[in-house]
Design a protein around this ligand. Structure first.
Ligand code: HEM
Length: 484
């Protein structure tokens, strides 16, 4: 008590309290403030330094009008590993392994995957669109991720798990819940996030998804190990192709890097499902809005089937109009208004004297893909745009969906360009073949091409739009697609 009385009487007491409070204040907001140190010489818009020290107003403004505020930068940092639940965003020391898995193993396997992918596509299309002579509504944007998750999971985890409803739920909804949780968390000062996330329902859902994923994937790993050791008989029917779970084991040994398979599988879904679904939804909205492309696309599929018989990887390459339609959809509606997100690992002087400082995150605006000087009548959807380019001598192999250039970088560009684009292209073409041959399509309410929404820097297809489908008789024998 005597000591307490002495402290309270001390002339330094008030100063001490003030200094302590200041220290708490500065450390509390240090993450928010220090975030901007690398950019101190870069002009900013959308933020007033002194009236918005914690960035609260800048964040709200960015959410509402990111296009106008792109120069203000953005954060793709999903809280590193400080917040439980976001682990699938951080592949840490296994990121090279994952990229090589997709770039090398998956791409090399594509030759043997056309028919297995087509069969799984036929099965999911059959389950999703019951045959109907009447027009029936289908909310494409909402439901297509479930089809894409099933087809992709065939290649990520095999036949059994790709039909497991719990896995498909994780594969589709981890990403949605993660983006919701990230948006909600960013509204809190960073010092409070490690506490707040334990109570946020969206963050709780994330952790639950990871628990389910780990349990399903680890069980499968154990199951395969038991078959290999002879403790269990082989699967019936036996597995007919290798998948990403096999490749993870192989690469983990080859690179001498332990890998957490559950988290990595969720990471694959994160990269693959909504990106591919977004592309497919955009294509179907474009085809419903500009139906003049549908019959020529069917004719092209039939011509390739007549030439090749059973579809192969090379048959998909022959679908040049389809490739062009897909690339044009991607040009007009890329996944985001900025891509090519990079971290400057050294100071980078630009020709006008601006220096991108070491440690800064930079990105490139996708508005280039709408530039009139590069794409005449850029705002018009022209499904033949890239098809015609490829007819010019010397261009046969250029302007493909999977080709990345500085004028079309919807899959990124350079060393880090999307390694999954070859798979995404094949998988999407196979699904489109089934959808176009088996059904007619139109909008329930035809109000022209539905506009995409912009949330932050993301471009989202209108989830309220309903398409109508009606069964039709395919003009070719579907044996060429594996049967159904
Ligand atoms: C239409 C579908 C897809 C789109 C539009 C897309 C788009 C992108 C983009 C824009 C990037 C960043 C590239 C850069 O910054 O240069 C990227 C990276 C990546 N994508 Fe995709 N992606 C798609 C499908 C897939 C699929 C199916 C997979 C896996 C099977 C995948 C795996 C990856 C991986 C691992 C990276 C990181 C590459 C690295 O950092 O080096 N993507 N993707």
């Amino acid at each position: 008590m005597a000591i307490l009385a002495q402290v309270l009487d001390s002339p330094y007491f008030i100063q001490g309290v003030v200094v302590a409070l200041l220290a708490v204040l500065v450390t509390s907001f240090w993450d928010d403030l220090s975030d901007e140190i690398p950019y101190r010489r870069v002009p900013l818009v959308g933020k007033n330094w002194w009236s918005d020290l914690t960035n609260k107003k800048a964040k709200a403004r960015f959410s509402q009008s990111a296009r106008a505020l792109i120069a203000e930068g953005f954060s793709r940092n999903f809280f590193e590993d400080r917040i439980a639940g976001f682990e699938a965003f951080h592949q840490k020391n296994t990121s090279k392994l994952v990229t090589d898995l997709v770039r090398i193993k998956l791409t090399q396997a594509l030759g043997s995957l056309t028919i297995p992918l087509s069969k799984e596509t036929a099965a999911t299309v059959h389950d999703t669109f019951p045959p109907s002579d009447e027009w029936k509504p289908y909310n494409f944007a909402y439901h297509v991720p479930y089809m894409v998750a099933r087809i992709s999971s065939l290649v990520f985890l095999g036949q059994k798990i790709c039909r497991d409803k719990e896995w498909i739920n994780v594969s589709v909804n981890y990403t949605i819940d993660a983006f919701t949780a990230a948006r909600e968390l960013r509204m809190w000062p960073s010092v409070l996030r490690p506490l707040v996330h334990w109570f946020l329902p969206s963050a709780q859902k994330l952790r639950q998804h990871l628990r389910v994923a780990r349990s399903i994937v680890n069980q499968e790993v154990e199951h395969r190990a038991m078959i290999q050791d002879g403790r269990l008989p082989p699967d019936d029917p036996p597995r007919v192709h290798t998948d990403a779970l096999d490749w993870m084991r192989e690469l983990s040994q080859e690179y001498d890097t332990p890998i957490e398979v559950g988290r990595t599988q969720v990471g694959l879904s994160l990269a693959a499902i909504h990106t591919t679904s977004n592309l497919l939804t955009n294509i179907m909205y474009d085809l419903a809005a500009y139906p003049q492309y549908i019959q020529p696309l069917r004719d092209e599929i039939c011509a390739v089937a007549a030439e090749d018989g059973e579809f192969k990887k090379t048959s998909l390459l022959k679908l040049k109009l389809m490739d062009s339609v897909m690339k044009e959809s991607q040009r007009v509606n890329p996944v985001g208004m900025i891509l090519l997100n990079r971290l400057a690992t050294a100071d980078i002087p630009l020709s006008d004297g601006t220096v991108i400082p070491k440690g800064a995150t930079v990105a490139v605006s996708t508005h280039v893909m709408g530039e009139e000087s590069i794409y005449p009548q850029a705002s018009t959807y022209d499904g033949y745009r890239f098809y015609h380019k490829r007819q010019e001598p010397g261009n046969e192999h250029r302007f493909q969906l999977v080709t990345t250039t500085r004028d079309h970088f919807a899959f990124g560009h350079g060393v880090h360009a999307c390694p999954g684009r070859f798979f995404a292209a094949n998988e999407s073409k196979i699904l489109l073949i089934h959808l176009l041959l088996k059904f007619d399509w139109k909008f329930k309410e035809d109000r022209g091409r539905p506009k995409n929404f912009e949330i932050g820097t993301e471009s989202i297809t209108d989830p309220t739009v309903e398409l109508l489908f009606r069964s039709r008789t395919p003009e070719i024998d579907l044996k060429c697609l594996g049967g159904a």
